[in-house]
Design a protein around this ligand. Structure first.
Ligand code: NAD
Ligand code: ZN
Ligand code: ZN
Length: 380
């Protein structure tokens, strides 16, 4: 038992009071975990685009004041009633999508779409009682995707916590909580390229670079990066991308350009842009007979996917995935081991690092397109 178990903890958190306004470091109160919840001491967190989208709250339901953050590493401080698989001191990664272990999805080998704990961006409170565990002077502060890691302490459902090797450096493996696993798993678990094959990656942001890293690990021979922003290409070379296409440089559709480059199409493609046009191109650029395309980007609300059905009859496959099909509790420990065995490189994703007091700089770096991942150090 830790000395603080069962008590309210006062600590620093970066609170978003209003959409698009800089976060404010405040002293907040963090209530003890209730049944099936755990309270975590966060040591490192990182900024992902999804935090920025919901902080800007353009097109999303605004919910403020709120504590954002969902890529992080920390240590269990205390556990609520009924929590048997975690104990104080465990090293963990909180994840925005959980694994209850009981539902049909959790019991299926094929799915990570847990009925109880799958991502919900509109919810701002805990599932069990609909209350927040954060407050300031009695005013509730909302949670974000069940994680809210921009706080020295946070309360999370135990099903959203992966227990990992305590020897793993949390300042590196914390980025496995979201974007990196999403891209990596989209390639390794869903596209499954064969050694020596060709893979096109649409969109070379953090997710697409992680998809390319997956292709590199799988031994793909040709990794073709597709992006509208040429400045992404230089960085992408470090992730195994060895050919580039900017759709803007061609007056025909990019799928035709790729078909010409590859003698009929790539073996696999992974779309990591969120652009509906890129999704259609990613599907149509795979080879007939065996090609598989995987969609990862989150489309706009009114988008519709249009392609000729002949493209399917000609034996192309279209798939999609959340969080790279990883089941967070079951699979994340083994992804951490891939890093520990030096099979997976994480350092190259980490372009910046700031102390917690300068968290707003992480937003600036992302908004200026300078960073892949900026690590926020809580204790410094
Ligand atoms: P990012 O904005 O850093 O990168 C996207 C890249 O795509 C940019 O470099 C941009 O120039 C490029 N791009 C945009 N439109 C394009 C087009 N038509 N053709 C080629 N390139 C184009 O984003 P990110 O953080 O890497 O995330 C990528 C996508 O993945 C987003 O849509 C995000 O919402 C989504 N995402 C999905 C999951 C999931 O589980 N499915 C998880 C995390 C993120
Ligand atoms: Zn479940
Ligand atoms: Zn994320």
């Amino acid at each position: 038992m830790s000395a603080t178990a069962g008590q309210v903890i006062k600590c620093r958190a970066a609170v978003a009071w209003e959409a698009g306004k800089p976060l404010v470091i405040e002293e907040v109160e963090v209530a003890p975990p209730q049944a099936h919840e755990v309270r975590l001491k966060i040591l490192f967190t990182a900024l992902c685009h999804t935090d920025v989208y919901f902080w800007e709250a353009k097109g999303q339901t605004p919910l403020f004041p709120r504590i954002f953050g969902h890529e992080a590493g920390g240590i269990v401080e205390s556990v609520g009633e009924g929590v048997t698989e975690l104990q104080p001191g465990d090293h963990v990664l909180p994840v925005f999508t959980g694994e209850c272990g009981e539902c049909r999805h959790c019991k299926s080998e094929e799915s990570n779409m847990c009925d109880l704990l799958r991502i919900n961006t509109d919810r701002g409170a805990m599932i069990s009682d609909g209350n927040t565990r954060f407050s300031k002077n009695g005013q509730p502060i909302y949670h974000f995707v069940g994680t809210s890691t921009f706080s020295e302490y946070t309360v999370v459902h135990a099903g959203c916590v992966a227990k990992i090797n305590p020897a793993a450096p949390l300042d590196k493996v914390c980025i496995l909580s979201c974007g990196i696993c999403t891209g990596l798993g989209a390639t390794l678990n869903v596209a499954k390229p064969k050694k020596g094959s060709s893979v096109a990656v649409f969109g070379l942001g953090a997710v697409g670079l992680a998809a390319a890293e997956g292709a590199r690990i799988a031994g793909a021979a040709r990794i073709i990066g597709v992006d509208l922003n040429t400045s992404r290409f230089e960085q992408a070379k470090k992730f195994g991308v060895n050919e580039f296409v900017n759709p803007k440089d061609h007056d025909k559709p990019v799928q035709e350009v790729i078909a010409e480059m590859t003698g009929g199409g790539v073996d696999r493609s992974v779309e990591c842009t969120g652009s509906i046009q890129a999704m259609i191109s990613a599907f149509e650029c795979v080879h007939d007979g065996w090609g598989v395309a995987v969609l990862v980007g989150v489309p706009n609300k009114d988008d519709a996917f249009k392609t000729h059905p002949m493209n399917f009859l000609n034996e192309r496959t279209l798939k999609g995935t959340f969080y790279g099909n990883y089941k967070p509790r079951t699979d994340l420990p083994s992804v951490v081991e891939k890093y520990m065995n030096k099979e997976l490189e994480l350092e190259k994703f980490i372009t910046h690092s700031v102390p917690f007091s300068e968290i707003n700089k992480a937003f600036d770096y992302m908004l200026n397109g300078q960073s892949i991942r900026c690590i926020i150090r809580m204790e410094d």
